[in-house]
Each structure stands twice: as C-alpha cells, then as structure tokens.
Write a protein that binds this ligand. Sequence first.
Ligand SMILES: Nc1nc2c(ncn2[C@@H]2O[C@H](COP(=O)(O)OP(=O)(O)OP(=O)(O)O)[C@@H](O)[C@H]2O)c(=O)[nH]1
Ligand SMILES: [Mg+2]
Length: 303
Amino acid sequence: MREILHIQAGQCGNQIGAQFWEVVCKEHGIDTTGQYIGDSPMQLERSDVYFNEVSGGRYVPRAVMIDLEPGTMDALKSSSYGHIFRPDNFVFAQNGAGNNWAKGHYTEGAELIDPVLDVVRKEAENSDSLQGFQICHSLGGGTGSGMGTLLISKIKEEYPDRMLMTFSVFPSPKVSDTVVEPYNATLSVHQLVENADECMVLDNEALYDICFRTLKLSNPRWLTMSSTFIGNSTAIQEMFRRVSEQFTVMFRRKAFLHWYTGEGMDEMEFTEAESNMNDLVSEYQQYQEAGVEYEEEYEEEDA
Ligand SMILES: Nc1nc2c(ncn2[C@@H]2O[C@H](COP(=O)(O)OP(=O)(O)OP(=O)(O)O)[C@@H](O)[C@H]2O)c(=O)[nH]1
Ligand SMILES: [Mg+2]
C-alpha cells in the first residue's frame, strides 16, 4: 500500500480540499456516510491511497483539517460530505490569523502546531507504507500561508524521506483586496523553495481570467475558481514577477511592516524572502532563454 496523507489549512485550503474530497469520493463510489455504493470493483482499487477502511466497511479520508478560526471547519462539517471525515482530525483555534503571516508562522499558529503534529503522526503511524503528504492552502492569508509553511517545515524535519507536495493558491488583487497578500505570498515562497518537493501552483489571477473571459462568468465564485486548473511552464515567472513587484512597492516604503515586527519578526526575513523570489524569477528566465536558443540551433541544423 502506498498511502498519501492529505492536509488542508485555512479557509482556501479547506474549501478547495472539500471539493477535492467530494470528487475523490464520487470516483471511488463512496457516499456521504463513507459506504461503498459504486457499481464496479475497479472503483475500490487503490482506494487505500486516500482512505482508511474502518470497521463496518466504512471508508474514512486520510485527511487532517486545520484552521485558526472555527468558521470554515463548521461550514465543512455541515456540508454534504462533512460527516465522512474523522472528527478528531479537525484541529482549530478561535482567533484566526487576520491575514498576518507572522501570526500563522510564529505566534498563533505555532501554539496550535503540536496538536496538529499529533494527528499527523497518528495517521502516518496508521499507514502501511506512506508515500508522502499533500497540502492544500492559499499563500495570501495568515493561516494556510504562515501556519501551512510552518507545518511543512516540521513535516520535512520529521519525515525527510517522504514526498511533500503542495497545492498553493497565489493571490491576485482582482480576487481579493487585502493589501498585504504579496507579503504573505513572498514569505511563503521562501519556505516552499526550501521544504517542498513539488508545488502545484494555482494562480487566482489566472483562475479569475479563465472564469471571466472564457467561461463568461461575470462574478466568479470560489467553487468555480477552485475547480479550474492551469498547467506549468516557464510562463509561471510572470506570476512570480507580479507578486514580487507588488511586494517591492510596499516594502520600499516599509508599509504595514509593524504588523509583522509586532509579532516578533525581523525585517531581515523580508529582505531574504524578496531576494529569494527574485532568484526564482531569474531561474525561470534562464530556462526560458535556454529553450529558445535550443530551438534556434535545431532549426539551423535542419537548414
Ligand atoms: N481559489 C480560491 N482562492 C481562495 C479561496 N478562499 C480564499 N481564497 C484566497 O485566499 C487568500 C486568503 O486566504 P484565506 O485562505 O482566506 O486565509 P486563511 O488561510 O484562512 O488565513 P487567515 O484567515 O488570515 O487566518 C486570498 O488570496 C483569497 O483570494 C477559495 O475557495 N478558492
Ligand atoms: Mg481564515
């Protein structure tokens, strides 16, 4: 068996995660109570990658749900597939991180990290041959972003030989008007580059444009945006560049920095995150240029 342990953190992570589980359950023929009601034995093949089979033939998602406020969890629990999850795997606090990465990573989130790791450890120990972890979160807020990346670093430390993959939603001012999102996203990228093996990037600006231009939805809702996906190429540097420019405009004036230093963060961490993001952009730029050169050479040889 090659189990995957799924973690969803913060509002966005939990909303995307809820969609994910609904689709996975339907693919495997599992109903809202965890019973198999499908019509083909193939549906149960490899069901152990994402589900634990418990007594009574029930299938329970190998999922851990986290938030620093109870609202998103309550919504998930009362949704149609809400009862399928293991109740002990909901770990939450009361106050939220208020779009502050420092609160998620260093203060509020750090206080909740041990109970989260206990649940993660329990699921990992319950597995036969865990292949790795997948984490759903946004990078623009405080919880999924700050606490999500704290959790990623702790998991990397405790399970260095397991794969760690993230589904990370990048912020766009077209979708959200919280000004500090570029700070939160840049501080997160700094962490992801260090600790994640693979990141599936979901860009809210691209999702919004797809919904608006292609699907002609004038006011895209989360649900439609969460079910829209994009591919990966060196064009991704445009997105990193966009976030990095938004970061620099604010950081140059030290705007809103006191929100972060007030939680004990050092300005140095911002400077490092900024240069790390710029390195990432240059790296993709290099690959892009290398690709063009190769094609030109190829054409010359051909001629
Ligand atoms: N695609 C998509 N983006 C979302 C969704 N929910 C929130 N976002 C984006 O996520 C960012 C805000 O992060 P949240 O996930 O709400 O924040 P959080 O992790 O709960 O952290 P705090 O509320 O600050 O404690 C913004 O960029 C939003 O546009 C969603 O369901 N789908
Ligand atoms: Mg929230």
